[in-house]
Ligand binder design. Structure first.
Ligand SMILES: Cc1cc2nc3c(=O)[nH]c(=O)nc-3n(C[C@H](O)[C@H](O)[C@H](O)COP(=O)(O)OP(=O)(O)OC[C@H]3O[C@@H](n4cnc5c(N)ncnc54)[C@H](O)[C@@H]3O)c2cc1C
Length: 448
């Protein structure tokens, strides 16, 4: 059997490794338009901020590693089009411009996503940059050297991380977002208020609740960015307002949701059973609400890519869905969330309950302990856990991974309240914070 994989960052790399690792008689051709595979964009802010010194550490695979596994790796090759009936594809070698045709028995689409670029005059100026791939990370580093005033547009986790990195490098930073809070999809106000304070305490200007209206330019450079409420000088602007799936190769042919992300079954097959898809070009099954959603995360991409490898010959292992679990460090604060926030549950009209726990990570008799804030969101009718958030100066983020397991396995607040967790004063309290939050949620429900 011959499999062609298009796109080789996280989803593609996982697919190639698992196809070749688990199936001996498969020929794999990989096409990637960049000159690298497996770039960890999650390291961009750390690279820009100078914390990652060894750039090679941002890659966990290489064209050579994939070739050594047996893949035919075509770097700097762009797939131009696909004939799904004839099972052929047209490819351009970006170095020679030669265009040729290849064929497949099965195809893997791991073409990922691209940052959303709003249609604003001046957006193509040389000092307005995007933050997605390795070349862009290098461009950000290069151009930020001479920039003093940097405006980051978009206060999702990417913009937030970059804003901190620039501030730590001594830049004057403005973080602009149309929403009234940073990271509103992942965190409720009790958490974002504390995180926002870290930014303002460190001199970052938060321009929240402001929509970008335009750029003032001189030649090919932006000098100011204008919002509906204010104007900011800018030597450099980074646009981080979200991602869209790369739809070009399948639009109008394979089944997608309105945002263009592919619909796949539990085995990662698209509406054409010989075409598999994984990563940021795919919708994921979101367990808290039992629906498909677009949640572009590396964690989802590597899981889906691995499943493609396991299922490419025959359907073996099913996808388990996601809770969209994510974590972030903002200055001293370690923050994580999983599943639904209270705000999202409210907007969805769910009959939810939420309990906000203020506590400490260790018994107060210990010489050192840190405050912790933990929120549990649950369904009042079924009592199932829907989501949670945690924030502390001590790294308690793994508790959201535990909660992710609880959500995925349909646990109720009663299940969580009496879940067996160990106690040892160095690490926690006799009741784990998750137990306590669930016990309080039960008590809260008993009063209602
Ligand atoms: C700055 C930043 C920070 C992030 N931080 C985190 C984090 O902390 N945690 C987390 O879980 N996620 C994080 N993410 C998200 C994560 O990086 C993405 O979810 C992940 O990259 C998706 O992987 P993918 O392989 O599906 O797609 P992509 O990374 O988009 O890769 C798709 C690949 O396909 C190639 N391609 C597309 N079309 C063609 C074509 N026609 N021919 C040939 N090749 C093609 C592209 O060149 C690209 O290499 C971050 C993203 C960014 C940008």
């Amino acid at each position: 059997m011959k499999v062609v994989v298009i796109g080789c960052t996280h989803a593609g790399t996982a697919a190639v490794k698992n196809i070749l690792g688990q199936n001996k008689n498969i020929t794999v051709n990989v096409y990637e338009r960049n000159d690298n595979v497996s770039f960890l964009s999650c390291g961009i802010a750390l690279y820009v901020g100078g914390i990652v010194k060894d750039v090679d550490g941002l890659f966990y695979s290489s064209p050579k590693e994939l070739a050594d596994l047996g893949a035919n790796v075509f770097m700097e090759h762009e797939v131009l089009s696909i004939n799904y009936d004839a099972k052929t594809l047209e490819v351009r070698n970006l170095n020679t411009n030669e265009v040729f045709t290849d064929s497949f028995d099965k195809l893997v689409l791991s073409t990922g996503s691209w940052p959303i670029v709003p249609k604003i005059e001046g957006i193509n100026s040389e000092n307005v940059l995007l933050s997605k791939n390795f070349n862009q990370a290098n461009e950000i580093i290069e151009k930020s050297k001479d920039a003093n005033k940097i405006v980051v547009v978009g206060a999702g986790y990417i913009g937030v991380e970059l804003a901190e990195a620039f501030e730590l490098m001594g830049k004057e930073v403005v973080l602009v977002d149309g929403e009234s809070r940073i990271m509103p999809k992942y965190l409720d106000p009790e958490f974002t208020t504390l995180a926002e304070k870290e930014f303002t305490d460190n001199g970052i200007k938060l321009a929240l609740g402001q929509k970008v209206k335009g750029f003032k330019t001189e030649g090919n450079r932006v000098t100011h960015i204008t919002t509906d409420k204010d104007e900011f000088e800018a030597d450099l602007v980074i646009m981080c307002i979200g991602f869209r799936p790369n739809t070009k190769l399948y639009e109008g042919v394979l089944k997608t949701t309105p945002n263009g992300a592919l619909v796949v079954n539990e085995y990662m097959q698209t509406s054409n059973k010989d075409v598999y898809a994984c990563g940021d070009c795919v919708n994921v099954f979101y367990n808290p609400t039992n629906e498909y959603r677009y949640i572009p995360l590396a964690t989802n991409a590597v899981r889906m890519g691995t499943l493609v490898g396991m299922n490419i010959e025959q359907n073996v292992v099913k996808y388990r869905g996601t809770q969209g679990t994510s974590g972030i460090k903002i200055y001293e604060l370690s923050i994580a969330s999983t599943g639904l926030t209270e705000g999202v549950a409210r907007d969805m009209g769910i009959n939810y309950g939420a309990y906000l726990l203020h506590d400490t990570n260790r018994p107060e008799f210990m010489p050192e302990y840190e405050e912790a804030l933990l929120k549990l969101v649950y369904d009042k009718d079924t009592r199932k856990i829907l989501g949670g958030q945690i924030l502390s100066k001590y790294d308690l983020t793994d508790k959201m991974n535990i909660l992710s397991v609880a959500i995925q396995n349909n646990m109720t607040i009663e299940d969580l309240a009496f879940q067996d967790f160990f106690f040892q004063p160095h690490f926690n309290k006799p009741w784990n914070l998750l137990n306590i939050a669930a016990l309080r949620a039960i008590a809260q429900e008993a009063k209602n």
